[in-house]
Design a protein. Structure first.
Lengths: 108, 340
């Protein structure tokens, strides 16, 4: 229970960092950041943390909170197989906070 | 006092007893089912001389029938009206009934039906009326002090709010955005365009809350200014975040404690959005539960300012559960209209 508070803050912080980094890289961004961005649409019943678009390239980003996220991640990953121009990237908050950005310069 | 005056007072009290607003000229106009001469005839022996009221069950029931109500039971009459001998006594008896009616049913007519009519047994009547009787406070005062809930510092209460807590996330966002704007090689114009006008304005708002000014796009990005902004904001954010984490941890633990309490006396309901709402509510609770008339009862109450769950839907469900468990609910209406 104690860790949950910190985990949640780290997750949200990672989403904010990712979204801003993607903006910097020239993406148009939709993100689950209350009050700042329009939320992404649902994909196969789940709303990803971020959907970013640059030209024809679409990036679906999920910041993984725990292993319990697997149904969501597996549903999101289906879009990658269905639509060639979609890329799904899953990161842990710690990865993002350590500076492993997603986007053009990182392989998902 | 003349008999007419006593008669008027009696009729007014009778109307109030029946849950009717007494009209000036004819207090029982809305309920009377007999003609005026018959009412006068019924009242004559009830108001025999100055200040006296001579009531008995038979006369009382005649009045009830004249007002379209069922006859009352003997035990009901005995409880409220047996000792009535003056108009003052009668008014006091009516007031006593009205208070108990409100406590038990919130409705005078319904209370008469449920307490007074002849199909209500003396046992059923006694059980109901016992709930309105004064009772010893020893069951409360002799139990252990309620100290299960860990307090949260008043200045940190706002960190529990879903709306007020959002401010810190906004500040975090603003800091990260400013860092990026000051980074080498960034196309600042493009970044701000993608961020959008509304968000750029919001960045300025967030900074102005901290008494800082965001460098406007046309003025260019002043590195020195940005460094000084970051120097001030980053440690500030860290400190506030630590306090928020601590407050929320306590709030989550308190929620668990509330969920496992064997019983709850009072649920306190309110709507809180701003930090000020949290502080005001906390002060209100202290005033109520530290009041000398209440403090010694050692009441177990749900303090919404000391409880937290990250999921607001779950928090709502937990509060519904608390509401159902509590014997008493206090609703403290906020200054603004909410839908909480």
């Amino acid at each position: 229970m104690m860790e949950n508070v910190t985990c949640r803050f780290e997750h949200d912080e990672a989403v904010r960092l990712c979204a801003l980094q993607l903006l910097k890289q020239g993406y148009d961004v939709r993100a689950r950041i209350e009050g700042w961005f329009q939320a992404p649409d649902y994909i196969h019943g789940y709303r990803p943390d971020i959907v970013a678009r640059k030209g024809d390239e679409w990036l679906v980003v999920e910041i993984k909170k725990s292993d319990a996220d697997w149904p969501k991640i597996s549903a999101l990953e289906r879009i990658e197989h269905e639509l060639a121009h979609y890329k799904v990237v899953v990161r842990s908050p710690q990865d993002v906070l350590r500076g492993q950005w997603v986007g053009a310069n990182v392989v998902g | 006092m003349s008999s007419d005056e006593i008669r008027d007072r009696l009729l007014i009290a009778l109307a109030k007893f029946l849950g009717e607003s007494p009209t000036k000229l004819n207090p029982l106009a809305n309920v009377l089912v007999c003609e005026d001469w018959f009412l006068a005839e019924l009242l004559e022996p009830v108001v025999p001389s100055e200040n006296k009221v001579a009531l008995n069950l038979e006369r009382f029931n005649q009045l009830m029938l004249a007002c379209g109500r069922a006859r009352s039971s003997e035990h009901f009459y005995d409880y409220f009206f047996r000792n009535v001998s003056t108009i003052d006594n009668f008014e006091e008896a009516v007031e006593s009934f009205r208070i108990k009616a409100m406590w038990l049913f919130g409705n005078f007519k319904f209370a008469y039906k449920k307490l007074a009519t002849q199909d209500v047994s003396i046992d059923a009547f006694s059980v109901l009326i016992a709930r309105t009787e004064p009772r010893s406070d020893s069951e409360f005062s002799e139990r252990e002090e309620f100290t299960d809930i860990q307090p949260i510092p008043e200045e940190d209460l706002g960190f529990l709010g879903y709306v007020s807590g959002q401010k810190l996330d906004d500040l975090d966002f603003a800091i990260e955005a400013i860092k990026l704007l000051s980074a080498e090689g960034i196309d600042r114009v493009d970044f701000l365009r993608r961020l959008g006008q509304d968000n750029a304005r919001k960045l300025s708002d967030v900074l102005s809350r901290e008494q800082l000014e965001f460098p406007a796009e046309e003025e260019g990005i002043d590195q020195k200014k940005i460094s000084s902004i970051l120097l001030k904001l980053e440690p500030e954010l860290r400190a506030r975040r630590d306090r928020q984490v601590n407050a929320q941890r306590i709030g989550i633990r308190n929620t668990q404690r509330y969920l496992t309490l064997p019983y709850l006396d009072v649920y306190v309901a309110t709507s809180m959005r701003s930090e000020e709402d949290y502080v005001a509510q906390s002060k209100f609770l202290q005033n109520v539960f530290q009041n000398p008339l209440v403090r010694d009862l050692k009441l177990r109450y749900f303090d919404p300012t000391a409880s937290f769950d990250p999921d607001r839907i779950k928090k709502g469900l937990i509060e519904c559960l608390m509401l159902r468990r509590a014997k008493v609910t206090i609703y403290n209406a906020g200054a603004r209209r909410h839908y909480g």
